[in-house]
Design a protein around this ligand. Sequence first.
Ligand code: ADP
Ligand code: MG
Length: 243
Amino acid sequence: MSAAANPSVSIQDLTLSFGTVSVLQSLNLDIAEGEFIVLLGPSGCGKSTLLNCIAGLLDISDGRIFIKGKNVTWEEPKDRGIGMVFQSYALYPQMSVEKNLSFGLKVAGTPKEEIDKRIARAAEILQIEPLLQRKPAALSGGQRQRVAIGRALVRDVDVFLFDEPLSNLDAKLRSELRVEIKRLHQRLANTMIYVTHDQIEAMTLADRIAVMRGGVIQQLDAPQAIYNRPVNRFVAGFIGSPG
Ligand code: ADP
Ligand code: MG
């Protein structure tokens, strides 16, 4: 799948520095509606920085970001139509799972029947119905991460952003939740941008992978194309291509 004429997310000439340290320089990326894009690269290459710029959590130095055709470059994170899932679950420890899911909706003034409907749907999709009255401390890592995904799901966002959501899980849970996220994407069919340094996650989840190094996208293509035809030795080495 390649980016369409009306991309879901369009990043144009994005430049970001921390003080005098330049992390992203004039980066461009168009993501099609419904596409699953993985940002893949070694630690420190700028994946989280790019994701945080899209989320509106960092002020960019230059460039523009469009979501669903709207220039959101200076919009608040809550007004961008995005939901973010982090490596650490960032759940409210004192609240039940149900309250964790409903809190943001209540703050936004969503009517109670609508909140209940959305929680029921999210709980069914993520198979967390039996956990709704529990506190986060009583959940496993995998269950917590499902709840974290649920918080984005109930907000009915256009674009899901994931930052290494499986990194804190053991290998078995990681592969289980990977399948779960893939299923979620197939069911919801919305745009997902997923950061990881794990090649297997990238190869199994992505419609297209953006391989990053030093703040630069080295190659942007379907997993098989990158594997079979890496553009340089860095990409070949990182992906583990035979040649
Ligand atoms: P990744 O997510 O790919 O591991 P990051 O986006 O977190 O990489 O970081 C990219 C670069 O920006 C790194 O060199 C990192 O040290 C630097 N960096 C990230 N956040 C900050 C910050 N708040 N202040 C200064 N430098 C930062
Ligand atoms: Mg990171």
